[in-house]
Design a binder for this molecule. Sequence first.
Ligand SMILES: Cc1ncc(COP(=O)(O)O)c(C=O)c1O
Length: 397
Amino acid sequence: MKSLSNQTSSIAASMTVAIDTLAKKLKAAGQDIISLGAGEPDFQTPTEIRKAAIDAIELGKTKYVAPIGLEEVRKAVTYKLKKDNQLSYEPNQIILTSGAKQAVFNSLAAIVNPGDEIIIPAPYWVTYPELVKWFNGVPVFIETSPETAFKITPEQLQAAITSKTKAIILNNPCNPSGAVYSKEELQPLTEIIVANDLYCISDEIYEHFCYEKEFVSLASFPQMYERTILINGFSKSHCMTGWRIGYNALPESMAPLISKIQSQAIHHPSTPAQYGALAAIQSGNDFVYKMRDTFKQRRCLLQQKISESLGNEIPLPEGAFYLFVPVNSLYGKKTPDGKIISDSVTLCSYLLESVGLAIVPGAAFGMDSCVRFSYAAAEETLLEAAKRFNLGIQTLR
Ligand SMILES: Cc1ncc(COP(=O)(O)O)c(C=O)c1O
């Protein structure tokens, strides 16, 4: 047989998806597994959204539509961007995608030429570097740490820029760290982005999950609108992960290019799901604000329990719904059957095998010293997960 694509073969599969799939498989096989691996709210999609999609199906709104999506849905997205983010877009600047993940794919497909450097603050969402590599780009990481609240500084950004730098991907609030940049922190970063004529891929999928600070879109800063490819969607805000609906909001000049990618790659996201997204926007933000308040309490609960287990206070993340916990003090210890915990992967494998707890190794996000817990789970699940984590690490020697 002839070889498969070298380019595609060189890409790593998503570790978060792999862990979630493994946890589900073990559960289905009858094992007692608690999974805080997936980045998925545990609530049901709101009734009015489900009803809108069912109505669309019943009314036969199930055919092909324009590759960039239904005009009425794109119009609704422009309304949302105006209302929530004070951004003015026309419907032809909005491209509906199969989840925010595809919006990331579109963004990179639109701008990356071979050898272009794309700056990615670490820790990062697993998908960014792999997609950059898929397009023959070069991911350039800026390291952060718990001490800097997992945020990059203007000095670090400036130092990472070379003549080959094309863009930066900023995910605010951040998965996995929960870091939220304030307006004051973003301002000097945007000045550097503008001064160096970079594109900015701004992944704002967790915008509503800010627990203390106000969320500010990067596209709203001076001279950023025309260089920002905004990414957002409904998976997290409206518990629509399986519906696969997200969007790009773009400068007018870029929209035709992404529309072309879309027309060849997927045509458009599912038509009934687009009607669900329309209902999501029409229903306003009450649902997501209520969910945010619940997550805020869960965040404190999990942070407190895990801090107690580790014997030191983990800082509260300011956004998203993840606790990103430094665990390198456990590295070098031995499991009861003599295996050495050498990194985040061996620690997570040990926890899954010994106490049935699925969490994600920080290595997946480019920071091996940490592990990620999702707290988008019921309180009793979080308490059980914390109990198992404690049991697992207390038996290390
Ligand atoms: C930072 C970030 N961007 C994008 C996505 C993808 O969202 P979707 O499920 O809408 O594709 C995720 C999902 O976990 C994410 O964490």
